[in-house]
Design a protein around this ligand. Structure first.
Ligand SMILES: Cc1cc2nc3c(=O)[nH]c(=O)nc-3n(C[C@H](O)[C@H](O)[C@H](O)COP(=O)(O)OP(=O)(O)OC[C@H]3O[C@@H](n4cnc5c(N)ncnc54)[C@H](O)[C@@H]3O)c2cc1C
Length: 419
């Protein structure tokens, strides 16, 4: 059986950034990717806006991925492509991965630490309970993006977009540019789910209407979508009778959320956070299963790829410490008021492992202007920052400088938001 120090599942921006960081520390590693080309979802994201934080440039998805992939190739980091991880089992000094590919059929590889960088998946129509038949023409926004940008097909001529997630907004613009008519974006919530810049650049600039507090309640058509019924919803997302409108179209594009992909993690006994739908981790992004790290969209859904790469580098440094047996453990919980915050990552702090500043990623539950976010260790305030505008679609960061902070006697970290 092949043996490596670290196994990285996924070669999207998270997997590639983790691999480069592992390589700097001289450990052996293998990247495992189920697709035939590395780069993850960025391969199909041909619009720009990637890398603004990290490179101070407006790169397209493939350009952003290429910067990392070039380094991975130059450093001769091995990637198993077209290879699917089907099973992971823990043994006394690491993990045995069962892999499947067409060259070697089913085979096993042993790794001492595992970085889960396997991204997220899209919610489907079934998960949002749309009644009616199942004709062709109903696509998730990611599938529509793949058809247009990779396969060169236009999946519909006239469509309705359900959900105002970023991928849906980007596809509203993309389909319009390719000659399709986008009748409107329908969002059940009273505020958009996507980034403000995407509302401006993808909808407003193309006169595509955004209908808030509205949803699609029925799909019409047998072989092919012929129309959809849209309806207003009340504060509890229940359709309001009498507001039905039938819109003729041949496509319904769903942009109703992403879910971290964690079947493999769950099979190992990794504990999940119901707020993020990803693993519970400490500041090294290590899960409760020692030696298993999570990053990128597998950990929580990121709106900016720059944070995906950053989290992967944190996880990789954690894996290095774990393998070098430099990690000691005494964890405390990070608490927050879930009427104000949607989530905070990491959810735990290992107070015996404090040689790096701690980056917290969080989202607020509501739109808040001039929010003051404080972090307390017990009763002592250890972080305070004013955020001019916090919105649920835009993930925020708080970087905690751990110098001069004594966590030893405290038993919990608390996030507070003053409005
Ligand atoms: C459809 C879609 C479109 C998006 N568009 C944008 C956008 O326009 N702009 C933006 O900023 N963000 C976009 N995002 C968010 C984007 O996912 C992140 O910015 C970033 O690409 C996530 O990186 P990642 O490495 O965590 O995951 P991914 O890029 O999804 O990479 C995960 C990789 O893991 C592989 N994998 C998964 N399971 C296994 C397995 N069992 N075995 C082997 N390999 C496996 C996958 O094939 C994939 O290559 C989009 C997300 C999706 C789902």
């Amino acid at each position: 059986m092949e043996q490596y120090d670290v196994g990285i599942i996924g070669s999207g921006p998270a997997g590639l950034a983790a691999a480069i960081e592992i390589e700097k520390n001289g450990l052996s590693q293998i990247i495992i990717e189920r697709e035939n080309r590395p780069g993850g979802i960025l391969k199909q994201c041909i619009h720009d806006g990637f890398g603004l934080h990290r490179f101070k440039e407006r790169l397209s998805g493939p350009e952003y991925a290429e910067r990392f992939l070039t380094e991975v190739i130059n450093k001769k980091i091995p990637i198993y492509k077209n290879t699917f991880v089907t099973e992971i089992k823990k043994d006394k000094d690491g993990f045995v991965l069962t892999l499947v590919n067409s060259d070697k059929s089913i085979f096993e590889t042993h790794v001492k630490a595992l970085i889960l960088a396997n991204g997220c998946r899209e919610r489907t129509a079934k998960q949002v309970f749309i009644h009616g038949t199942r004709p062709s023409g109903v696509y998730t926004a990611g599938t529509a993006q793949y058809f247009v940008n990779i396969s060169g097909y236009l999946p519909c001529k006239k469509c309705v977009i359900l959900g105002s997630g970023d991928i849906g907004l980007i596809m509203a613009r993309r389909l319009t540019l390719e000659g399709a008519e986008v009748c409107g974006v329908y969002e059940a919530k009273s505020m958009p789910s996507g980034l403000t810049r995407n509302i401006a650049q993808c909808l407003n600039d193309f006169d595509i209407p955004l209908h808030l507090s509205s949803t699609v309640t029925k799909i019409h058509g047998n072989e092919r979508v012929e129309a959809v019924t849209v309806q207003k919803v009340d504060g509890h997302f229940n359709p309001i009778d009498g507001t039905e409108e039938v819109i003729e179209c041949d496509g319904l594009i769903l942009s109703v959320g992403l879910i971290p992909e964690n079947e493999l993690a769950k099979s190992l006994g990794v504990q999940m956070d119901y707020h993020t739908k990803g693993p519970i981790v400490n500041q090294r992004l290590m899960t409760n299963v020692k030696g298993v790290f999570s990053c990128g969209n597998a950990l929580h859904v990121n709106d900016l790829v720059d944070y995906v790469s950053e989290s992967a580098e944190i996880a990789a440094r954690g894996a290095v410490k774990h393998i070098k047996k430099q990690d000691r453990e005494e964890q405390i919980n990070v608490l927050f008021d879930d009427s104000k915050f949607l989530y905070i990552v990491p959810q735990k702090i290992n107070i015996k492992d404090l040689d790096e500043d701690i980056i917290f990623y969080f989202r607020s539950k509501e739109i808040v202007k001039d929010a003051v976010v404080k972090i307390k260790a017990g009763d002592v305030e250890i972080f305070k920052r004013k955020y001019p505008s916090i919105k649920p679609p835009e993930m925020e960061c708080a970087c905690l400088n751990i110098k001069d902070i004594d966590f030893s006697t405290e038993n919990q970290i608390t996030f507070e938001m003053k409005i």
